[in-house]
Design a protein around this ligand. Structure first.
Ligand code: UDP
Ligand code: MG
Length: 315
């Protein structure tokens, strides 16, 4: 199946990409044709507000290899990828971005690795020319934290949605029922034979990235909460640490003030100590409550059992 003429599905989420679609379509089709691949394109219109859907419909009318799903509103890239993977019929799926930031030459390496037996070939990001310093520092901090919190799971920082997924993995992925999801982390959880391939993200052909700081933060939190209970354990450790420090501080103060008779001349009043301690503890309690709320929210969404996305049109 892999060596002869494999069938490849390109899954491409689209959110306000009117300026990129045709250009990107040309790129992908000529890529596939040059390599005589059997292929299909699955576009997911994630509630675009520009002319993306019109352009997609037009493309699909002209090219029988192109298909699209159109959501009833913007559900986010994770939902779009999920929808695309469910629709994909290929022996392997290659996930691309509609803005052309993922270089197609790297797909050659993906295919090579796949033919060599890899079931999940993951693109690992090098330099992203459009990434700001804050975004870069933010993602580095996030991965460091994730690694610190969760030593069980293999987390390769800078791994992206740019990847090739074997049919076996796609089938297993499609069985997962989580509502609130980060596709790439779920795939990490699945296991299978993985290979990481470094690449340098290109500049967007046109338009601006639609991932706002808020969306990125949500993705980071989702990634942490959906895939480990380590933060819950962290609360426990934090609590113990705080109690220990309070006891230590109290002991030192009692010794300094009452037993040694305040040799340092600190003249600490009991009220001051109490106030300090109270505000400190209230802070800790609030942090813990916030974390619990996040988990509760997750449970809430899972039990609501809503569909991940609503399809308005499909072809
Ligand atoms: N995207 C999407 N839904 C969204 C936001 C983005 O389907 O709500 C798509 C977008 O069209 C693009 C890809 O996801 O194909 C990556 O988005 P973007 O370029 O905005 O993010 P970045 O390149 O910064 O990761
Ligand atoms: Mg982009």
């Amino acid at each position: 199946m892999k060596t002869s003429n494999p069938f490849i599905t390109f899954v491409i989420p689209v959110y306000n990409e009117e300026g990129n679609l045709l250009w990107h379509y040309e790129q992908v089709t000529s890529f596939a044709k040059e390599r005589s691949l059997k292929y299909e394109l699955v576009y997911i219109n994630d509630g675009s507000r520009d002319r993306s859907l019109e352009i997609l419909k037009d493309l699909c009318k002209k090219d029988s290899n192109a298909h699209f799903i159109s959501f009833s509103r913007n559900f986010g890239k994770e939902a779009a990828l999920t929808a695309g993977l469910r629709k994909a019929k290929g022996d392997a799926v290659v996930c691309l971005d509609g803005d052309g930031q993922y270089p197609l030459e790297t797909v050659d390496t993906f295919l090579e690795e796949w033919r060599g037996g890899a079931q999940l070939v993951i693109g690992v990001r090098g330099v992203n020319p459009t990434e700001t310093i804050i975004q870069r520092l933010g993602s580095r901090a996030f991965y460091t934290l994730l690694k610190f919190l969760d030593s069980q799971q293999e987390v390769v920082s800078k791994s992206t949605d740019f990847r090739l997924i074997d049919r076996r993995v796609v089938d297993e992925f499609n069985k997962l029922t989580e509502r609130n999801r980060v596709a790439r982390n779920l795939m990490d959880w699945l296991g299978f034979k993985r290979v990481y391939v470094p690449f340098n993200a290109l500049e967007r052909y046109s338009g601006v990235a639609s991932y706002s700081f808020k969306k990125r933060l949500k993705l980071a939190l989702d990634g942490m909460i959906k895939h480990s209970t380590a933060p819950l354990k962290f609360i426990g450790i934090l609590g113990m640490l705080v109690s220990f420090l309070s006891i230590l501080a109290a002991t030192l103060l009692i010794v300094e003030k009452y037993i040694l008779g305040d040799p340092l001349g600190l003249a600490i009043t009991g009220t001051a100590i109490l106030a300090l301690l109270l505000s400190f503890l209230v802070g800790i309690v609030l942090v813990c409550q916030g974390l619990l709320a996040l988990y509760l929210e997750n449970v809430y969404h899972e039990t609501q059992n809503r569909p991940l996305f609503i399809i308005n049109e499909e072809e």
